[in-house]
Design a protein around this ligand. Structure first.
Ligand SMILES: Nc1ncnc2c1ncn2[C@@H]1O[C@H](COP(=O)(O)OP(=O)(O)OP(=O)(O)O)[C@@H](O)[C@H]1O
Ligand SMILES: [Mg+2]
Length: 252
């Protein structure tokens, strides 16, 4: 199963993706975490891993991707990077950082002034996820960039479940409603994960969202906060995350 984690900037997407990956791997799954956020550099540290070489380099790098896209678009053709379906084991080892049952694949990051937009990264994320076959006792968790541009690109197409992470803010609630609407239109299962809540915040958010799709409510946690400030691995086990992992596994 492929789970895509999205939501407002800073709501806790990478934190939830990392906690979930650790939780699901403890339950005996091989977990592939896909870092499809072209702007942030924190996820690998939250997982306690080195940042691997960017997967985009395997296909010749960003310039090569752009020229392939430029050549294909005027003819109304699609760029084809994969000539057959891939499983997780087909990903070249040089592009993975690994520890225990968790592997991390980073699509690519913006690195230089004036290098151009992140379209090639978005396109590669979409093609890779559309093409990826996930076996039994394997789980893929995709951490996305803030906002909903990836919906515009269709990255969600290849995913089975969408997890929207919300912090207690008006912007987060509004954006999450929009994501819910889009997900319904494309027929994808969606759950909300409330983050940094206490009982009062949780109640206020439930009033807006309803209870039906809220799969977890993660409290403000001092250890998560400290790890986030120091750029350290998150080593926190939360019952609420275990419950979320169980729910997702039951959908597999
Ligand atoms: N439940 C929590 N308790 C305490 N701190 C948290 C919690 N969740 C997230 N944080 C902290 O909030 C900060 C932002 O979290 P994170 O990087 O996961 O957000 P994000 O949505 O991935 O951000 P971006 O949109 O920039 O990718 C981090 O420093 C993280 O440690
Ligand atoms: Mg993030």
């Amino acid at each position: 199963m492929k789970i895509l984690v999205c939501g407002k900037g800073g709501s806790g997407k990478s934190t939830i993706a990392a906690l979930l990956a650790k939780c699901i791997s403890r339950q005996g799954y091989q977990v592939l975490v896909v870092d499809s956020d072209e702007s942030n550099y924190g996820l690998h540290r939250q997982l306690g891993l080195e940042l691997p070489s960017y997967f985009m380099e395997y296909f010749g790098g960003k310039k090569e991707m752009i020229s392939k896209m430029m050549a294909a678009f005027p003819k109304g053709e699609k760029v084809e990077l994969f000539d057959q379906r891939w499983g997780i084991d087909d990903i070249p080892r040089d592009y993975l950082a690994r520890k225990g049952g968790i592997s991390l694949l980073a699509i690519g990051k913006i690195q230089d002034f004036g290098e151009g937009c992140a379209c090639p990264m978005g396109a590669l994320s979409k093609m890779f996820l559309d093409n990826l076959v996930v076996g039994e006792k394997e789980m893929v968790i995709v951490d996305t960039e803030a906002g909903i541009e990836h919906f515009g690109r269709g990255v969600e197409q290849g995913c089975d479940i969408i997890l929207v992470v919300l912090d207690p803010s008006y912007e987060s609630l509004q954006l999450s409603k929009k994501i819910d609407e889009i997900s319904q239109n494309i027929g994808k299962t969606l759950y909300f994960v409330l983050n940094r809540v206490n009982p009062e915040r949780r109640a206020a958010m439930l009033e807006f969202l309803g209870e039906e799709k809220v799969a977890a409510a993660i409290p403000e946690n001092e250890d998560i906060f400290r790890a986030g400030l120091a750029g350290e691995e998150i080593d926190v086990q939360l019952e609420e995350m275990e419950r979320l992992a169980d729910l997702l596994e039951s959908e597999a």
